[in-house]
Design a protein around this ligand. Structure first.
Ligand code: CP
Length: 334
């Protein structure tokens, strides 16, 4: 069964084909690739872009989307195997995934970490539970990675620079946020930027903010396969110097995972990581993007967000196009 759980599971030619199809959908948005087909969108967490773009994308290709929020408008789901279900959960993923598979042609899942124990969250049990028990393809709507965002991001960069992104200087910068956030988009940005052969700098305040070794290893393997480079920097000026792309995201430091009270005074020292005009002036007339939602004047200033360099809205639009390509490809392949 072909799923879309991580871009690393897809070959470069497959990803390139998705991006080409996405560009075709941008030129001509209505199709019949999902005629008579349906998708269950299972949201354990809030969304604006993901929900809207998937629902509309399915509609524009002749399909239908059903949105479910377990624990709110659907029964709470148990994911542990062999457990005695005498707590709050009402049904097991084994039945949930199999039943949905009898109704729909695709299942898509958003399930953020619980933010208590990274050794547990990094197992991605919710997404893997759906993939294990479903008999239809499963799409990751953001768990500990955000592969749909990755493709939308690359599409936006290709719209600005052309399809060959090799040799572009790419800065993935940590930014301050009052809360400790998911590492998913950062994991994904590092993965896809190295996959497309860019010279990637992970800029973060201290070594504690380096990403999980799984994604650092993906980056190193991608560099070995595709060229480019991957470096970690804690120096803002040198990281921004000559950059073609600045991608911003905030995330919680993994060594403090679940102990956020201890991390907060550390994180509070680094509010100056905000993306502002002075930093962007160090770049090679570079572009700026972010997955959104973004707290203005916390992660990036109004001036940066409202500048011609900002391609965050293009990237958000591209969610629609790339996800239509993903849905169409999975339905065709299965
Ligand atoms: N970027 C993104 O996934 O946005 P939402 O959380 O609004 O879906």
């Amino acid at each position: 069964m072909k799923h879309f759980l991580n871009t690393q599971d897809w070959t470069r030619p497959e990803l390139d084909a998705l991006l080409a199809q996405a560009a075709a959908f941008k030129r001509s948005k209505i199709g019949d690739q999902l005629r008579g087909k349906s998708i269950a969108l299972v949201f354990f967490n809030p969304s604006l872009r993901t929900r809207t773009s998937f629902e509309l994308g399915a509609f524009q290709l002749g399909g239908h989307a059903v949105v479910l929020a377990p624990g709110k408008d659907a029964w709470p789901i148990e994911f542990e195997l062999g457990t005695v279900m005498d707590g709050d959960t009402e049904e097991h993923i084994s039945e949930v995934a199999k039943v949905l598979s009898r109704y729909v042609d695709l299942i898509a899942v958003r399930a953020f970490p619980k933010f208590q124990d990274w050794s547990v969250d990094r197992q991605d049990k919710v997404l893997k539970g759906f993939a294990k028990h479903a008999t239809v393809p499963v799409i990751n709507l953001e768990t500990i990675t955000h592969p749909c965002q990755e493709l939308a991001h690359i599409m936006a960069l290709q719209q600005r620079f052309g399809t060959d992104l090799r040799g572009k200087k790419y800065v993935l910068t940590w930014t301050y946020h009052p809360k400790a956030l998911n590492t998913a988009v950062a994991n994904s940005a590092l993965t896809i930027a190295t996959r497309f052969g860019m010279d990637v700098t992970l800029l973060c305040p201290t070594p504690d903010y380096v990403l999980d070794s799984r994604y650092m290893d993906f980056g190193a393997a991608n560099v070995a396969e595709n060229g480019g480079s991957l470096t970690v920097s804690h120096d803002i000026a040198s990281a921004y110097s000559g950059a073609d792309v600045v991608y911003a995201k905030s995330w919680g430091a993994l060594p403090y995972f679940g102990n956020w009270d201890q991390e907060k005074p550390i994180r509070d020292q680094f509010k100056h990581f905000i993306v502002d005009e002075a930093k962007m002036a160090l770049t090679n007339n570079g572009v700026f993007s972010h997955c959104l939602p973004l707290r203005r004047n916390i992660k990036a200033t109004d001036a940066v967000m409202d500048s011609p360099a900002c391609i965050a809205i293009d990237e958000a639009e591209n969610r629609l196009h790339v996800q239509k390509a993903i849905m169409a490809a999975l339905v065709a392949a299965n």
